[in-house]
Write a new protein. Structure first.
Lengths: 638, 329, 306
């Protein structure tokens, strides 16, 4: 019966050496596992993990590698590696079982199939690794960092496979028998036909030791390099929300009882954060459309995660000085694109939370926060002034719940006259369509988004709790707002603190009214228009179509798509509190985005967010492009 | 107690602070009701009281001048001023002392008040007399939300009054000379504990725009970078400081320190000249308590025209050079 | 060898500029009506003083910072807000019958405390924006018989030496640099620094590390020692703002005919109204320039134009 001699030509001491190395590896792995598990338990209340649909996520994203196939070449390359590696790993485990337990199954038919599978998947793995090598050294995608360690790991892996095949060849050459169930090994054995037995055995053993060291080098490097993703990433994917969904920071509970908020030491990172940090492969997808990276700022989501990884074992305060977290616009691109579901955004923002709540934040932002606390508006607009503005928007008396809307204008309209046109246009449209509506009264100013984005968690919770109390009188109404930041807050974050109300964005409402025929499409000249997707409507809430369908209903409009659109849209640069922060280095994000849109030579840019409107309008004004119009989707109706 | 109302004059070189002259007029007014004469009290280095300055005092109503002249009064010195004034007040016992609410005025006034055991109502906007011949002081509180009428205990009354509130009023006196009396100067040990090392006069071209009295600001309407010289030339002509809007900063005409607006500086000059600035709310938010705004813009409907006391619809490139020429005459 | 530098910072609270909406005097007590979110906080220039004290702590090392406030009951929260600055002690001098009170009375209470604990440097904010008196610091200096510097923007103590250099901010960008012997009192101008942000969390967290020491002050005792009320200023009445019409005179006898005419037609007096008399000039550039010159002469009578 065909069987396989385990440890052919390997003396006992070498086997003991292998066990010693295994023990060392086990201890190291156990320590890391302990670190993660203990932290998972300790900081559980601050962590967001989502075990729902675990099997679906496992099949689709871990096994199916769905996110990686967005870049076809990468997808194929990594699938080959994943498949090859997984199978060979199982093979090795089985060999281990055979060697160290009373079980015996590597014989007969089972063994031939086993051996064939091993050989074939060895080829698969090698193919994947060679593709990876080619991609890294010759194709060189822009965002892929390439340093000595990356190359070394690849070379070690290739070395393990090739040495594995050579060892097989040497063994078969020694046995003198052709093994058709080990085709590659048999082919390799042809290299060694002329060599004497003594040379064969010594070469074999030397190569075996080499193979052993390479293998253990790899095993020992896993916890300390990007290869940790092998263990961490599948776990992370299964315990995160789906890749491609941006989730906001957790609401910190019991803040009065904490000495500080946010991430100050490595010890503040939750177990989930650690898993995320270990899952990072430095693939660089997060940087591809990151506004900070594109405009030359020091911030990079990839580097941030890698820097934190380097800090993990330090006890003192986290050295966050290399992470330029004030430049994050919270556009969510990094989180959405990450194939292993890392939430870079939240890890970076927690650093902001600590800095802000301990008092050190840029002065323009501090002024905005103080205004927000004292007047309810980051621009310092008082309740009295808000009341005056809202008078002009006042709705039909007698609007009643349910099915009626209550319009939440947000804070942006109070500051800028041009933005007020958005609000008044929306109100006019509602009137034309015969929709009952009311307007939020002046007790409520801002939704709290600036506080959240700038990291002032205490102020944020205060504002939200106050607003929820004020909103009680609108129970049963549907909130509608033109600002995606307010929309995201009201729809996704306020419910965490108790709000129970329906929330819609004005573009959804308009789109529905058009479909229902309650609105007439006004005449318009022929224009080439581009729609700029707002991050908080698009990536955060997956709303891409309503504005597009409205644009398409205008016969005169020729709607073209910006090169980076929908979930790949480039941020305007206004989010994340950037409105109140002064970018000190690099280019301005809004100018960059405008240049991109300008290349299509449109007549008009359509936005659905007051921040986008302001940022792009500033850019247009700066560049002196007087012919280029910019309008909110609702103003197109006016 | 003599029936004199003293006004402590603040001057630098040959320039008398406007508020001191305003208060002389006020002393004359109060003096009519309280039957008192207005007196100017001036402290300075030897020879500072020139005939020209004496004429100014007389023009605004001073009927007597008290003077203290000494090298130690070269620069403002808190303890020396306090000591001299306290001595004089204790000896002469005027009815009231009016002081301009300037950095120096608000420095020594509380100290003198404490030494003469009188309450001080500072930063007033108006003074009234009551039936008992005592003064009542009016000041704004809570950021101008309300006005408080206050009275203070103490034999000699003392107050500091905000500049540019009362206004200048000449007394119409035909007097050519008035009595000038010297005050005693005796230094105490406390005087030697403070010493002026240096005094620097602010140069409008380099000072912080938040402190400037006159600002000339430019915006996008200037056009090319070469045209920015118009802003600088006009500023030099009126003795003002250069500032700009967000556009000017983005185009590289000014540094961040000269940016006026929401993300820049808040300014409160007496005169703000806006050249080629549209007046977007982010910019206009930086103007706080500006006395007068002049705006030059091609567009009559520009938001800045709403804010300006004098709006000029013209092309800055035509208007400004002509204005500069005429100013030079 | 440097001895420990003791700094005492005097703070107060003030309303945010848009609040309160109404102010009334009832039975000698000031009642404020407010609308909207919370509006009282540590007075801004006092925060600048605290930040200066912090700067000393970081630069000079062996510094002890004590924060003190005198006030009625229920205002200890002001001192609690100061804990986000690294202060060593916080003392609240509580006077149960606080009103009527003025700067003098307040300084009297605080000076007793400072005499007791001893200080090398007393820092106060320039002026409290509610009452705009700005007198606590100079009166403290008088009561303690130590030098006083106002409008300080740059303070530096040479470690070990017993004096400091201070830069004073005057109007029009003028600056005066002084050498002052310690102990001394300095009032800090808002241009001195950017005080750190006092976050909501730092105010509401339970573990602030240090307690606020509340010392009750017996007003009756003070007044019997002082032989009279400790406040020298009394508020008689509070009402809406009514500015006296401002007089405008043209000092230059070389008035042009145009100016003289408008002066006479205007009755010689011009009301200073907040709306102002706005004017928009169109037409010939020459005329515009002439009118502008006239406007400039009227607006800036003391301007010395070349």
């Amino acid at each position: 019966m065909i069987a396989r001699e385990i440890y052919f030509n390997v003396p006992a001491w070498a086997i003991y050496l292998m066990y010693v190395l295994t023990a060392i590896a086990t201890i190291i792995y156990a320590r890391v596992a302990y670190q993660i598990i203990s932290r998972w338990v300790k900081n559980k209340k601050d962590q967001i993990s989502d075990k729902s649909q675990a099997v679906h996520k496992l099949v689709l994203y871990v096994i199916g590698q769905k996110s990686l196939f967005e870049d076809r070449r990468a997808g194929i390359m990594h699938m080959l590696i994943l498949a090859g590696f997984t199978v060979l790993f199982i093979i090795t485990l089985l060999v281990g079982l055979e060697a160290d337990t009373p079980l015996h199954f590597l014989e007969g038919r089972f063994y031939t199939v086993f051996s064939l599978v091993a050989d074939l998947f060895g080829v698969v793995l090698l193919a994947g690794l060679l593709l990876a090598f080619w991609r890294r050294m010759f194709d060189k995608p822009k965002y892929l960092s390439n340093n000595a360690m990356d190359l070394a790991l690849l070379v070690i892996l290739i070395g393990i496979i090739i040495s594995g095949f050579l060892l097989e060849g040497l063994r078969i050459a020694y046995s003198g028998q052709w093994e058709s169930w080990s085709p590659i090994g048999s082919a390799a054995s042809l290299l060694f036909t002329r060599i004497s037995v003594e040379t064969l055995t010594s070469v074999h053993f030397g190569l075996w030791l080499g193979h052993l060291f390479l293998a253990f080098a790899l095993i020992l490097l896993v916890p300390f390099t990007k290869l940790s993703h092998i263990l961490a990433a599948p776990f992370n994917i299964v315990t995160s929300d789906y890749p491609g969904k941006v989730k906001d920071l957790p609401v910190l509970s019991d803040i009065e009882q904490r000495n500080y908020l946010g991430t100050r030491n490595a010890g503040d990172l939750t177990g989930k954060d650690l898993v995320e940090v270990y899952s990072c492969t430095s693939c660089g997808r997060c940087e591809e459309i990151c506004p900070a990276v594109l405009t030359g700022k020091q911030l990079s989501p990839k580097n941030a995660i890698q820097n934190i990884r380097n800090e993990l074992n330090k006890h003192g305060a986290l050295d966050a000085s290399s992470i330029d977290f004030w430049n994050c616009t919270t556009c969510g691109y990094c989180t959405e694109k990450c194939p292993v579901s890392i939430n870079h955004q939240n890890i970076i923002r927690s650093l902001r939370t600590y800095t802000t709540t301990s008092g050190h934040l840029p002065s323009t932002a501090a002024t905005a926060l103080e205004n927000l606390e004292y007047t309810g508006d980051p621009w310092g607009i008082t309740p009295k002034q808000r009341a005056e503005n809202r008078e002009k928007l006042s709705g039909k008396k007698g609007a009643s719940a349910p099915a009626s809307f209550v319009y939440w204008p947000g804070c942006s309209i109070n500051n800028d006259l041009r933005l007020r046109d958005i609000a008044s246009s929306f109100v006019q449209v509602l009137k034309k369509a015969g929709v009952d509506y009311d307007v939020i009264d002046s007790d409520i100013g801002c939704c709290g988004d600036p506080a959240r984005r700038l990291g002032e968690e205490g102020l944020y919770q205060k504002i939200v709790n106050d607003n929820i109390l004020h909103l009680e009188k609108y129970a049963g109404f549907t909130l509608v707002t033109h600002c995606p930041h307010c929309y995201h807050m009201l729809k996704n974050e306020y419910p965490k603190l108790g709000l129970e109300m329906e929330v819609r964005h004005h573009s959804e409402v308009i789109s529905e009214l058009l479909q229902q025929g309650r609105l007439e499409v006004p005449e318009h000249n022929k224009k080439k228009v581009v729609y700029h997707d707002p991050c908080y409507l698009g990536r955060y809430n997956n709303i891409y179509e309503p504005v597009r369908s409205v644009i398409k209903s205008f016969s005169g409009f020729d709607c073209v798509e910006a090169g980076r659109n929908r979930d790949n849209a480039l941020c305007c640069g206004g989010g994340g509190g950037q409105m109140w922060l002064e970018a000190q280095t690099g280019e301005r994000v809004n100018y960059f985005r405008l240049e991109e849109i300008q290349q299509l030579e449109p007549d008009m840019i359509i936005t659905a967010c007051p921040y986008c409107y302001t940022m792009l309008e500033n850019a247009i004004s700066f560049k002196g492009l007087n012919q280029l119009e910019i309008k909110d989707i609702i103003e197109v109706f006016a | 107690m003599s029936s004199e109302i003293w006004v402590v004059i603040e001057q630098l070189g040959d320039k008398i602070e406007t508020v001191s002259l305003e208060l002389l007029g006020e002393a004359v007014r109060l003096g009519k009701t309280l039957k008192a004469t207005a007196c100017a009290v001036a402290l300075g280095p030897p020879g500072f009281l020139t005939p020209k300055i004496v004429q100014e005092f007389i023009k605004y109503g001073a009927q007597k001048i008290y003077i203290a002249e000494d090298d130690c009064l070269e620069h403002y010195h808190s303890e020396i001023f306090t000591e001299i004034l306290t001595r004089a007040v204790t000896e002469k016992k005027p009815l009231a002392i009016l002081i301009g609410a300037t950095p120096n005025g608000n420095d020594f006034a509380p100290r003198v008040a404490t030494r003469i055991k009188t309450g001080l109502v500072s930063n007033c906007t108006d003074i009234k007399t009551n039936r008992e011949g005592r003064l009542e002081f009016i000041k704004q509180i809570f950021n101008g939300k309300a006005q408080a009428v206050c009275a203070a205990a103490g034999e000699v009354q003392i107050t500091t009054v905000k500049p540019d509130i009362i206004g200048l009023e000449q007394a119409g006196s035909s007097q050519v000379n008035v009595e000038i009396e010297s005050l005693d100067i005796e230094l105490t040990p406390l005087c030697r504990q403070v010493e002026t090392i240096e005094f620097t006069k602010g140069d409008p071209t380099t000072i912080d725009i938040a402190e400037a009295d006159i600002i000339v600001a430019g915006g996008k309407g200037l056009g090319e970078k070469d045209n920015w010289g118009l802003v600088e030339d006009l500023a030099a002509a009126v003795g003002g400081s250069v500032a700009g809007s967000r556009m000017a900063m983005d185009l590289g005409y000014i540094e961040r320190e000269r940016l006026v607006g929401q993300t820049g500086k808040t300014v409160s000059p007496k005169l703000y000249i806006a050249l080629g600035i549209s007046g977007a709310s982010q910019h206009v938010m930086g103007l706080k308590n500006v006395e007068k705004v002049i705006a030059v813009n091609k567009d009559k409907k520009a938001p800045v025209m709403q804010k300006a006391d004098l709006g000029i619809v013209a092309d800055v490139h035509e208007f400004v050079p002509l204005l500069i020429d005429k100013l030079k005459d | 060898m440097t001895k420990m530098l003791k700094i005492v910072v005097c703070v107060s609270s003030s309303f945010f500029s848009e609040s309160p909406v109404s102010v009334k005097l009832t039975d000698g007590k000031i009642a404020t009506g407010t609308k909207g979110p919370v509006i009282e906080a540590v007075n801004y220039s006092d925060r600048c003083a605290l930040e200066e004290a912090q700067r000393f702590k970081q630069e000079c090392g062996d510094v002890e910072v004590t924060v003190v406030m005198a006030g009625p009951p229920d205002y200890q929260w002001v001192l609690e807000s100061c804990f986000c600055f690294e202060i060593d002690k916080a003392v609240y001098l509580q006077v149960s019958d606080w009103e009527p009170m003025d700067s003098y009375g307040c300084s009297l209470i605080i000076s007793d405390f400072i005499r007791e604990v001893g200080a090398d440097l007393v820092l106060c904010g320039d002026v409290n924006t509610d009452f705009e008196s700005g007198q606590v610091a100079p009166i403290l200096a008088e009561l303690l018989s130590i030098p006083y510097v106002s409008r300080a923007i740059g303070l530096s103590i040479i470690a070990g030496q017993s004096n400091m250099e201070v830069e004073r901010k005057l109007t029009r960008g003028n600056r005066q640099r002084l050498r002052v012997t310690l102990p001394a009192v300095a009032s800090v101008d808002i241009a001195a620094n950017q005080p750190r942000y006092i976050s909501v969390h730092s105010r509401i967290k339970e573990n602030k590390g240090k307690p606020v020491i509340v010392t009750p002050i017996d007003r009756q005792e003070l007044e019997s020692k002082f032989k009279g009320p400790i406040n020298l200023v009394n508020i008689l009445n509070i009402g809406p703002v009514r500015l006296r019409p401002k007089k405008v005179a043209i000092p230059d006898s070389k008035m042009s005919a145009q100016d003289r005419l408008s002066f006479l037609m205007g009755g010689g007096n011009k009301k200073k109204s907040s709306n102002g008399d706005k004017e928009i000039l169109e037409g010939k550039t020459e005329t515009q320039v002439d009118k502008t010159l006239a406007f400039l002469k009227k607006s800036l009578p003391d301007l010395n134009k070349e």
